[in-house]
Design a protein around this ligand. Sequence first.
Ligand code: ATP
Ligand code: AH0
Length: 374
Amino acid sequence: MLNAKPMRALGAMSGTSLDGVDAAVVETDGERIYGFGDSLYRPYSAQEQTVLSAALGRWPGEDVDEALRVVQTAHIEALAGFHGVDLVGFHGQTLAHEPQGRGTHQMGDGDALAQALGVPVVWDFRSADIRFGGEGAPLAPFYHFACAQWIGAEAPLAFLNLGGVGNLTWVDPRKATPDEAGALLAFDTGPANAPINDVMLERRGEPFDRDGALARKGTVAQGALELFLDEPYFLKMPPKSLDRDAFKDMIGLVGELDHADAVATLTGMSAAAVLRGMEHCPEPPARLLVTGGGRKNPVLMEMLRVALECPVEPVEAVGLDGDMLEAQAFAHLAVRVARGLPTSCPGTTGVRAGVSGGTISRPDQETPASGGRA
Ligand SMILES: Nc1ncnc2c1ncn2[C@@H]1O[C@H](COP(=O)(O)OP(=O)(O)OP(=O)(O)O)[C@@H](O)[C@H]1O
Ligand SMILES: CC(=O)N[C@H]1[C@@H]2OC[C@@H](O2)[C@@H](O)[C@@H]1O[C@H](C)C(=O)O
């Protein structure tokens, strides 16, 4: 592959926990990371979250107008202050995900965003992968490969994202490219924060279990944990992916428990799902680097540490930003799409062969690069 000039790409991610939009700049040619730029978090208001929650499970053509307005407005507010950007990677808001059924729905209008920002926008990253037999997720693994090289890793390691859903990427940084056979194995581990958040909201009126404070006071109910681990998903070989609410029924398993035991048990379930996932690693990783909001939950992190032989650290241990890694991933992937490079491969989504997902929308008039944020 000829060397390409690095671009200043701006990625935007609105994740399954519906907390807000993360936006971050990466200098990248889609293969290597050259540096990081500015970043910004634009939270959704409680009212916006209510609108988005109500739209979960809906497909294109169903009643999503109000939710679409929330997503578009929040993204324009988050992204408009960045200048000197060559390309935007716009993930959108996942409302529904059925790779073997109706497909996947990342709500968002990349055309309108390109017009509003005056910058080309890459969006709809997941559909092409599903068309070619893949799960459509996870897609961050190609960026994890670039991160492994950026930090100079020489032995296989793993990245774990603890968002609403958990996903694990095993990386062999000795391979030349992410789509080389054996370079990556990735899949969703199971629910991570989503069920904890749902129960915290329902029982305590709080959006999440800050610092694992409630889980720490409770005890994991072993019976419920075992029932959870009987789910056929855990026996399935990767690649595999999940919808946010695929495990909604697990909340019923803790229905009879008091608040602290319920949250401790859901936290234990998230950790146990990761531990099951680790068994799929082709060889033991030298370390497990954790990104996403769950890395800030010390109870969850401790459950992983006591059960695993390798060090379990937040990605900050290697100088990466765990709040922005997914936004950066979609910046990096946008550049890959612009260059026609694959964004997924059999090891990451089960797609038949490497495929470059994403649609590029160009504005009628591009905004000249200028100074400012990023
Ligand atoms: N201090 C904290 N203590 C405990 N949990 C936390 C803390 N900070 C964040 N979290 C959890 O992390 C979640 C946000 O994580 P993140 O932003 O990675 O999710 P997401 O990107 O929306 O999800 P996904 O990766 O599934 O799309 C919060 O909803 C909360 O559950
Ligand atoms: C369909 C969808 O939006 N999936 C998300 C979700 O959130 C975490 C996990 O489930 C992962 O599969 C994916 O996001 C990350 C960014 C990914 O594609 O790598």
